[in-house]
Ligand binder design. Structure first.
Ligand code: SAM
Length: 255
């Protein structure tokens, strides 16, 4: 799969279902391999670790069609969702305007079922704004600082994880929280192997991605939590991608 696939219509509908579909919408009568609402569970885990303090600004990097950004708005007064895919951002803005969307759910082959998905009406959608942007060029976006930054399933999808990680201290305020969540599915079609921060051997030593994160984030952030977050993405009625994301939570050290 190439990054440009995030502009294809089939992946748009796959992500709309993944972000907004219920267990029943996604898994039909199968017992769910993982609970639905991964974006909501990522946001909830980050908000729990953030604690009860005031939360003015949150940032969702690689927000796709917006599920986590809206879930962060349950607590945060303002949320910005950033994604490189123009069609994902357009879809996030449409669901923000309408509160619902029609998803073309894949059954098998050419067979598709239309499914209506709906956002929780209790979420104040006006708190969220979306923009197309590159998480590897954060300084050029001039976003300022945030109380909470979430990057779910992004680190293994960018061409330059180091550029991405190195810019994170500038967007998380001192004492703020960074949620870095990923199953570490490294693929050369997204990230050249020379750029992988884990999942490879270097001078005979096995480097895993958690060790890579500690190396790059450690000077600026303290690890304050870690948990497994399983999720499943529907390919069709009888095929699902089951993954277990490593959710790590980092408190920004004072400058
Ligand atoms: C695997 S999806 C994860 C989406 C969402 N966070 C989730 O957990 O469902 C990766 C997302 O990152 C976006 N993306 C890839 N490279 C990016 C970059 N350099 N900057 C911003 N977004 C990027 C893709 O368009 C896609 O929406």
């Amino acid at each position: 799969m190439k990054p440009a696939d995030y502009e294809s219509e089939s992946i748009l509908h796959q992500y709309l279902l993944f972000h907004y579909g219920s267990d029943r919408d996604q898994f039909g009568s199968w017992s769910p391999p993982a609970p639905a609402d991964f974006p909501g569970r990522c946001a909830a885990a980050a908000l729990e670790l953030y604690g009860p303090g005031q939360l003015l600004r949150a940032l969702d990097l690689g927000c796709a069609v917006g599920g986590s950004a809206f879930a962060l708005a349950r607590r945060a007064e303002r949320v910005i969702g950033i994604d490189l895919s123009q069609q994902f951002i357009r879809a996030a803005e449409q669901i923000q305007a309408n509160g619902h969307a029609t998803v073309r759910r894949m059954e098998e082959g050419d067979l598709i079922s239309p499914i209506e998905v709906r956002m929780d009406p209790k979420i104040e959608r006006s708190r969220v704004s979306f923009q197309v942007g590159d998480a590897c060029a954060l300084p050029s976006l001039g976003l300022g600082q945030f109380d909470l930054v979430l990057a779910a399933n992004l680190i293994d999808r960018v061409p330059s994880p180091r550029a991405f990680l190195n810019a994170l201290p500038s967007v998380v305020r001192s004492g703020g929280l960074l949620a870095m969540i990923s199953p570490y599915t490294w693929l050369e079609s997204f990230t050249p192997k020379t750029e992988w921060i884990g999942g490879r051997e270097e001078f005979g030593s096995r480097i895993d991605t958690f060790a890579g994160l500690r190396f790059f984030l450690g000077p600026h952030f303290e690890l304050v939590g870690r948990k497994n977050l399983p999720f499943a993405i529907r390919e069709h009625a009888r095929k699902f991608q089951w993954s277990v994301a490593d959710a790590t939570f980092w408190r920004r050290k004072p400058n």
